[in-house]
Design a protein. Structure first.
Length: 114
């Protein structure tokens, strides 16, 4: 049973930072790519960043200069470091395991507001 558990969300002021974690169990974490996505209120879920098993990364234009994705294979965990947060970054953040079948976590809420 593949499980992804996101954590680290919360309320932050504009310009602040958060680090999200995605703990993955039950998957072939060592070979699967893992990505982060978010869904803002009333909008479709959008891609943010992906990291392959070899550490190759790719980012959406909206976040590429502010967010950093990384992975710790020893902990089966993928991180999303988010800096210079803006109110438009508000939403539910999800991680996704790209295996033969894609699995999603339950999401963690990020609210950027003063």
């Amino acid at each position: 049973q593949v499980q992804l558990v996101e954590s680290g969300g919360g309320l932050v002021q504009p310009g602040g930072s958060l680090r999200l974690s995605c703990a993955v169990s039950g998957s072939r974490f060592s070979i699967n790519a893992v990505s982060w996505h978010r869904q803002a209120p009333g909008k479709q879920r959008e891609f943010l960043a992906v990291i392959t098993s070899r550490g190759t990364t790719n980012y959406a234009d909206a976040v590429k200069d502010r967010f950093t994705i990384s992975r710790d294979s020893a902990k089966n965990t993928v991180y999303l470091q988010m800096n210079s947060l803006k109110p438009k970054d508000t939403g539910v953040y999800y991680c996704r395991d790209h295996g033969a079948v894609d699995y999603w976590g339950q999401g963690t809420q990020v609210t950027v507001s003063s």
